[in-house]
Design a protein around this ligand. Structure first.
Ligand code: ADP
Ligand code: MG
Length: 308
């Protein structure tokens, strides 16, 4: 099986009518809506860095697309299409078929078209470039937070890092925590609901502290959050109770929940969104004028993940 039959068999799917030319030509050609802007982002997952050799192909595919969709969610964008650059060391059709099926399932769930890519031999790595669209001028940026805004987090934090820690230490961990690590939920619907309401937003990929600080730096503000108010699953709460390891929630990455700031006058709208999107939104603190992040009730330092 050569490169072109691999592409044809595993990555040439039917697309919707927004794709004028998809997989198979030198470039893809996409129809655009007028009065919308393109929103685009790229993320790479590398074996040994982002996932281990025992991670299933279906989970690798899921996560590679989900983390990219999460970036679109954080901007409030609608997913439209993606490209896939795939490197693998040797042809393994069982792996490819599991990877391709999982990727296709998730792409259908979020109505995003695979329109092209690249296939090469090399260490296992997956790069996905997603593109979405948003009504002109409506994207939710990191730079929009204002003093007095309330800071919210979706769902719970710390679960993915907790699952990773338990797996590394051969400890016991629930399947729901493992799926938070392997199959993060891109908060597309929530992101769309926050357009016109949230003044700033980021997806929590590297840990709450570090990611919230990106909002603070971009917006030239500070924030105070309360450790007691962090939304935690029962499993993570009891782990922290026993270990005192608050850093799992403050700096553990990979949750892909949204952290956003909202003008106080919109509190009632947040309640509506919570009901409509069926997701817990927790107010954890407030944007302040004095720069930096203060975590009430926590005096230690956590180490955030950095590649270099
Ligand atoms: P080129 O040499 O013009 O870059 P390639 O031979 O790399 O084209 O790829 C042939 C076609 O298949 C292109 O349309 C490319 O976008 C698509 N393609 C290659 N690899 C993938 C992949 N893993 N997933 C989806 N499309 C792919
Ligand atoms: Mg190519």
């Amino acid at each position: 099986m050569n490169e072109f039959s691999i592409i044809d068999k595993y990555f040439n799917w039917d697309n919707d009518s927004t794709v004028s030319v998809g997989v198979g030509d030198d470039c893809a050609v996409i129809n655009l809506n007028s009065d919308y802007q393109i929103v685009t982002s790229v993320d790479t997952l590398i074996q040994g860095v982002h996932f281990s050799s025992s991670t299933r192909a279906s989970d690798v595919a899921y996560k590679a697309l989900a983390v990219n969709l999460s970036d679109l969610a954080a901007m409030g964008a609608i997913p439209r299409f993606f490209t896939l650059s795939l490197s693998f060391p040797e042809l393994d059709e069982v792996w490819l078929s599991e990877f391709s099926n999982s990727l296709k399932d998730l792409s259908e769930k979020y109505s995003i078209n695979l329109v092209g890519g690249d296939t090469t031999r090399g260490p296992l790595s997956i790069t996905i470039n997603v593109t979405g669209e948003i009504e002109r001028g409506c994207s939710i940026m990191r730079s929009g937070a204002k003093v007095g805004d309330l800071v919210y987090i979706s769902n719970t934090v710390g679960d993915a890092a907790y699952a990773w820690k338990q797996i590394q230490g051969n400890g016991s961990v629930s399947s729901s925590a493992i799926s938070r690590l392997n199959r993060p939920t891109p908060r597309i619907e929530l992101g769309r609901s926050l357009v016109g309401i949230a003044r700033s937003c980021i997806d929590i990929s590297d840990g709450l502290e570090q990611d919230l600080c990106h909002i603070l730096d971009s917006s030239s503000v500070g924030a105070t959050i309360d450790i007691d108010r962090l939304p935690l699953s029962d499993e993570v709460r009891s782990y922290i109770k026993d270990s005192g390891d608050w850093c799992i929630a403050l700096s553990g990455g990979d949750d892909y929940e949204l952290c956003f700031s909202v003008d106080k006058k919109h509190i009632h709208k947040i309640k509506d969104i919570e009901e409509r999107a069926q997701i817990k939104l927790t107010e954890v603190g407030i944007i302040t004028a004095s720069r930096g992040l203060i975590v009430n009730g926590f005096n230690a330092e956590c180490q955030s993940y950095q590649h270099f």
